[in-house]
Structures are given as structure tokens and as C-alpha cells.
Ligand binder design. Structure first.
Ligand code: 8ID
Ligand code: ZN
Length: 350
């Protein structure tokens, strides 16, 4: 197959953006890499953090963002055995790792100190052709729709992992903070598929309608609630609080509130990454109520296999909207204002 020399991409040329839609060269895969012709790519709030340089991590510049890329393998290096040309493949946030450090040896590759991050330290999927290490890229089974599966590659994977990390068991209640966003909408679906009950927390009527349709048992509106803590507790069995809390919001306050409505013996999982934020908890309450507070970061290759499998079996149906790749700046603006219910998926020109 002959590949073009040039392609369309959204390129962030300076910290703070905006992304510029322009032509750039098509990259060539190294011996252990695949080149994926991207069909659809989701827009994660992480891409906005990346453009703004919010985090204490060195950032590639100029940068092609994006890390929920689903497409077709069109070229591969000589060492690649995992994929054939024509296979459906997904490029995730973790683009490649050294596969030899202690964490990789223990199948905890997101913790690899030499990990390459799609759309942060290497160019990501807001372009027609993107590169991934074959050992880390995800297989997407034949017949799985590439638009709907794109958000599973980061949002779905991350919340599935977070729910597993919470230790919540079927029948127990999980409070999802930021339930109306990209991660939150998928978290509700994975929670339901795993037999959990959902209390959704977010703001506004559009997100309420979405959470109701996804099967949340209660919706607490943080714009209008006079006492979020009391309202969350009231929505849980016997008013004793949520067995688990998934913190997905891009705001510090809920990270400081969650210990007040988590159930005794419950687990708080921090996943959202608000800039410069800190967790704060009463030591007394943490001790005498035996509260567990932990972080969760994307997921391993095997977590991705499982998250995609839930999706492929038809258990995960979260709403998403499709927009052309050239509309990325508009989507970032809406995201900044908290105006997106669910996820946006970009349609990449073919
Ligand atoms: O591996 C990880 N830990 C990981 C993976 C992927 C994404 C972490 N993230 C991070 C992103 O970088 C981002 O910081 O998770 C966060 C959420 O990503 P997202 O779901 O893609 O963002 P979104 O679609 O904008 O949704 C955020 C929601 O939070 C709500 C907003 O209304 C929005 O619906 N929210 C906010 I901001 N403040 C809230 C509050 N006080 C709140 N919801 C409830 N209470
Ligand atoms: Zn992401």
C-alpha cells in the first residue's frame, strides 16, 4: 500500500494553544511500531490539560494531541508480530514503555518511568496517521464500530480500572463525581455492568437527563445543591454514604469533600487531575472510619482488553457526539466551560 507524504493534523504550536489545522508529514513506523490510519479519535479533558501545560510533566512542542484513536493498521515495522496490515487497532495514552523496568515486569506498564505518552510526550491521534508501539497498542475486534469504541481507549479503560481499584462489590453504591462528563458517562455504564448502584454528581439539567438515562439512581446537582455531602449520603442505603467514590471532576473542591460522604470502610479513588490540586482529609475521620484513599491511572494492556471486551459484548452504551477533526478548537472551548454532556469523537478525514 502506498502512503501519502503529507496529512492533516491539529497541531498545538505553543503552550495554551489553540490547535492549528495544517498539513504535516506522515510519520514512519520504527521496527517495533505500527502506523494506524485514524478513523475516529475521542477528545479527553487530558488533551486540554496538555495544550495548557497544566501538569508537572515535560511536554512535547509543537504537539499533536489525542489518545483515544481508533483506526486501521496501514504499515508496521519488521519486528511487529502482534498486528497485520488491515487490523483494527487503538492508540491509547500509554503509547509505549520500556517493557523491562520493575513495573513493566509486573504488568503495571502505566507506571513505567520511561513511558511515552500519546499527545503529550509523543504525537497523538489528532492526525490522519498515528504511531504506536505494537506491544502496547490495543486490538479492536473485527465488527466493533470505531466511532463508539474510541472513548473506551482512555475514558472507558480508566473508569473500568478505577472501579476495580475501588474494590466495590456488586450491589454496593458508587458515587461518581463528574458523572456528566466523558469519563463519568462511561463510569456509569461500567458500574452498572459490574452490578454496582450509581449516585451521579454533576451540574445542570442536560447532564441530569443523561445520567437518568444511563441508569443513575440519584443525581446531585452541585450547582444547586445546598449541601452536597448531605444529599449524597441521603441517596445511599441507610444514609451511611457511598461504598466507593470515583473522583473524575476537574476541580479541587470535591477531592476535599469526598471523605465526608464515603461510607466507613469505603474507598475514594482519585482519577481527575485538576491543576495544582491537593487532597485534604480529616486524619481523625480517616482513622476511626477506616477510609481508604487512593489514585488510579489509566489501566494496563490487560485492563484495556477487558474494557474493550465489555464494550464489544454490548454492555457499554454511553452517548457521544461526532464532529469533524477541524472543529477541535470549538470542542476545547465547550469543554473548558463544562458544557459537554458525555464525549465528543472526532471524525478524521480519510
Ligand atoms: O488515568 C487517569 N487518572 C485519567 C485518565 C483520563 C482522564 C485522568 N483523566 C482526567 C482528565 O485529565 C480530567 O482531569 O480526568 C478528568 C476528567 O476527564 P473528562 O471526563 O474527559 O472531563 P470532562 O468531560 O470535562 O468531565 C468533567 C466533569 O466534571 C464535572 C464537570 O461538570 C464535567 O461534567 N465537574 C466539575 I469541573 N466540578 C464538579 C463538581 N464540583 C463536577 N462534577 C461534580 N462536582
Ligand atoms: Zn484521556
Amino acid at each position: 500500500m502506498s502512503l501519502p507524504e503529507k496529512q492533516w493534523a491539529q497541531v498545538v504550536e505553543k503552550k495554551g494553544g489553540p490547535p492549528v489545522y495544517k498539513e504535516i508529514p506522515v510519520p514512519k513506523p520504527a521496527a517495533d511500531e505500527i502506523l494506524v490510519k485514524i478513523r475516529y479519535t475521542g477528545v479527553c479533558h487530558t488533551d486540554l490539560h496538555a495544550m495548557n501545560g497544566d501538569w508537572p510533566l515535560p511536554l512535547k512542542m509543537p504537539l499533536v494531541g489525542g489518545h483515544e484513536g481508533a483506526g486501521i493498521v496501514v504499515a508496521k515495522g519488521d519486528l511487529v508480530k502482534e498486528f497485520e496490515i488491515g487490523d483494527q487497532a487503538g492508540i491509547k495514552w500509554i503509547n509505549g514503555t520500556d517493557l523491562s523496568c520493575e513495573f513493566c515486569q509486573q504488568a503495571e506498564e502505566p507506571l513505567c518511568p520511561n513511558a511515552q505518552l500519546s499527545g503529550y510526550t509523543v504525537d497523538g491521534t489528532f492526525q490522519q496517521y498515528a504511531i504506536g508501539k505494537a506491544a502496547i497498542a490495543s486490538k479492536i475486534p473485527e465488527g466493533v464500530a470505531l466511532d463508539a469504541v474510541a472513548p473506551i481507549l482512555c475514558a472507558g479503560l480508566t473508569v473500568y480500572k478505577g472501579l476495580k481499584e475501588s474494590g466495590a462489590r456488586p450491589g454496593q453504591t458508587v458515587a461518581i463525581v463528574g458523572a456528566g462528563g466523558g469519563l463519568g458517562s462511561l463510569a456509569q455504564q461500567y458500574a452498572k455492568a459490574m452490578g454496582l448502584r450509581v449516585v451521579a454528581i454533576d451540574g445542570g439539567d442536560e447532564k441530569k437527563a443523561m445520567c437518568d438515562s444511563l441508569g443513575a439512581e440519584a443525581y446531585i446537582d452541585f450547582f444547586t445543591s445546598k449541601d452536597v455531602v448531605a444529599d449524597v449520603k441521603a441517596a445511599t442505603p441507610e444514609g451511611l454514604g457511598a461504598h466507593a467514590v470515583l473522583l473524575l471532576a476537574v476541580s479541587e473542591k470535591p477531592f476535599q469533600q469526598a471523605t465526608e460522604y464515603v461510607r466507613s470502610r469505603g474507598t475514594i479513588v482519585a482519577i481527575g487531575l485538576p491543576q495544582g490540586a491537593f487532597l485534604k482529609a480529616s486524619v481523625f475521620n480517616t482513622v476511626v472510619r477506616m477510609i481508604n484513599i487512593k489514585g488510579s491511572y489509566v489501566g494496563t494492556r490487560q485492563d484495556a482488553v477487558e474494557a474493550i471486551d465489555f464494550f464489544a459484548r454490548g454492555l457499554i452504551k454511553a452517548p457521544y457526539k461526532i464532529a469533524p477533526l477541524k472543529d477541535l478548537p470549538k470542542i476545547f472551548e465547550m469543554m473548558q466551560q463544562g458544557k459537554i454532556a458525555g464525549r465528543y469523537v472526532l471524525d478524521v478525514p480519510q
